[in-house]
Design a protein around this ligand. Sequence first.
Ligand SMILES: *[C@@H]1O[C@H](CO)[C@@H](O)[C@H](O)[C@H]1NC(C)=O
Length: 353
Amino acid sequence: MAVRVISGLAALALLCVLPAATFAARPTLLSGRQNEEEKRVVPKPVKGPADANLRPIIGILSQPGDPAPDGQSYIAASYVKWLESAGARVVPIFYDMTYDQIDRRFAVINGLLLPGGGATLEPGHLFYDTARHLVDLALDANDNGDYFPVHGTCLGMETLSVILSSNYTLLSSYDAEDAPAPLLFTNEAKDSHLLRSLPADVVADLQNKPIAMENHQSGLSMSAVLENPALGRFFKVLSLSLDKSGVAYVSTLEGRNYPFTATQWHPEKNAYEWTPHLHIPHDTDAIRMSQEVANYFVAEARRNLHKARSIVEEDDLLIYNFRPSFTGKHEYEGEEKDFEQAYFFDSTAWLGK
Ligand SMILES: *[C@@H]1O[C@H](CO)[C@@H](O)[C@H](O)[C@H]1NC(C)=O
């Protein structure tokens, strides 16, 4: 683990001396998929035309744990509002659904958001297994010319990293709770689709001001990317950030051949989370950045043509069947709250759908 503690500048230097050829190989995927993948050439999926679908729907994966009561799972409402602000609606996918129920939802959604949280990232844990199933569906869709974007935020980025490396000891610990930070862009950021799509002043703000809301204990080191070649073949590292002790971690990833993006930071918090115990950047530039990242992801989803069989099926699956709770309501001064509002799901009430 000694290699993990690597200063920001050292990590950047390391990155800069990487020969281009290190990443030139065709992405081969992993473990279960590997043999299958090696047999077929996986070209970059053809992007559907922009605005091909003007009713985009994003699936968000729920997870167990605080603030959900035992036996239920949750989605923080900030992710839902963030996607809605960019012109999408949301279908919740419960982490404990059957694969049949998940496949039915996959046929309806135009993109997948894996949110932040604290779920365990190991096979045999339902959240991980379900996330892996969804990511496999997304990879297969893209391999078959069905352009399907995926975004992971915080735990979502960690989930994608673990799935795509098949390494369950990939992550390490950081001192980055409540630590908004600027992004230190790498050489590979130059030809990033995400960064070229964002307005130039938003990219400059991300680089120059601590508006990316970082709030994590676990994270991905640059050395872990280098030690797990499958991960570096799949993802470009777009940025690093420094934790409170000055230790660098990977803060932004983008797929080389798949429309996957991942941020250790939380673009949904700036406009929609208000807990006073965190220093969430709420200034005008931070709000604009948050909106532009949502615009990027939802624009990607407008290129996907998945569709419900009927408006009735669509309505049946939308998150509007649930009501968010006011989880941020303080009982006393100084009480710590994670989310302003959250949706709770009791999957047993939904058996069979
Ligand atoms: C998993 O990743 C860690 C961090 O890079 C590395 O130390 C370890 O050797 C990897 N394990 C396997 C099985 O590749």
